[in-house]
Design a protein around this ligand. Structure first.
Ligand code: CAA
Length: 256
């Protein structure tokens, strides 16, 4: 059975459901490879304009598969080449929304943090409990969490393995918005559909500049932003959007 289920939601939104409910959607090597291949394919798929990734009501993902790691040596971990798996998600040009119910722990929290927007159900729990297993986050947990919520809150979570509730994660800045548990996927799909209806080149460029600029000195990032903003003036969708505004009619975007 597939470790990740793929559903089309409307014409241009793709919903990916992690499908290892018996293991709280733990990210086995096989699941990660499926996810990598899906992201590589969706990145190239012009009919896909936004991606939602979710788990089930009990878990978004409870982290790396501990059973598949229990006896692993450093060399075996290196051979798994997880970096390539994560890079496929990180480098995806389409907007990616995490719809989180239940536990998002360890690699599961890191997976959510690879996404652009995180919508959490009220009962969701976020954490990096690796320290309790004698290891540490290896897919951005120490860095993305710190950038998202600041050194002192991140240190507290990373050094204790404690969990944040959805509301705490929202207040801390780890979560974009909180929904009723049973509304999370619907809300994420509705948001994805709204973004998918916007000019795709503008959406792609905004995502690229936010992510690239975050790691640059401000002056350089501002220059990058300005160049990208000017570049979008060359798109057909910019012309259509501005003409439609002036003519007081809905715009029809082509993605060009
Ligand atoms: N890996 C493998 N199996 C897991 C798992 C994981 N990360 N999390 C849960 N499972 C399995 C359990 O072993 C159990 O399987 P069996 O029925 O065969 O015993 C099943 O899922 C249900 O789990 P629980 O009975 O524990 O369910 P619960 O609802 O009582 O608790 C939980 C849920 C709080 C998520 C708990 O399972 C838990 O603490 N899981 C581990 C979380 C964790 O430590 N994650 C970090 C992993 S390391 C990592 O992610 C590092 C990295 O990226 C490099």
């Amino acid at each position: 059975m597939a470790n990740v289920l793929v559903e089309r939601a409307g014409t241009d939104v793709v919903l990916l459901r992690l499908n290892r409910p018996e293991a709280r959607n733990a990210l086995s090597p096989e699941l990660r490879e499926e996810l990598r291949d899906l992201f590589l394919a969706l990145d190239r798929d012009e009919s896909c304009r936004a991606i939602v990734i979710t788990g089930d009501m009990r878990a978004f993902a409870a982290g790396a598969d501990i059973k598949a790691m229990a006896e692993a040596t450093p060399a075996e971990m290196m051979e798994r080449d997880d970096e390539t798996n994560w890079a496929a998600i990180r480098n995806c040009r389409k907007p990616v929304i995490a719809a989180v119910n239940g536990y998002a722990l360890g690699g599961g929290c890191e997976l959510a943090m690879h996404c652009d927007i995180i919508i959490a159900g009220k009962s969701a729990r976020f954490g990096q409990p690796e320290v309790k297993l004698g290891i540490m986050p290896g897919a951005g947990g120490t860095q993305r969490l710190t950038r998202a919520i600041g050194k002192f809150r991140a240190m507290q979570l990373l050094l204790t393995g404690d969990f944040l509730s959805a509301e705490e994660a929202h207040v801390a800045g780890l979560v974009s918005s909180v929904s009723e548990d049973d509304a999370v996927v619907g809300d994420a799909l509705a948001l994805a559909a709204r973004i998918a209806a916007l000019p795709p080149l503008a959406v792609e460029e905004i995502k690229r500049v936010v992510l690239t600029g975050m790691d640059m000195p401000l002056e350089a990032a501002l220059k990058l932003e300005m160049r990208s903003a000017y570049l979008l003036f060359g798109t057909a969708d910019k012309g259509e959007a501005m003409r439609a505004f002036v003519e007081k009619r809905p715009a029809v975007f082509t993605g060009k």
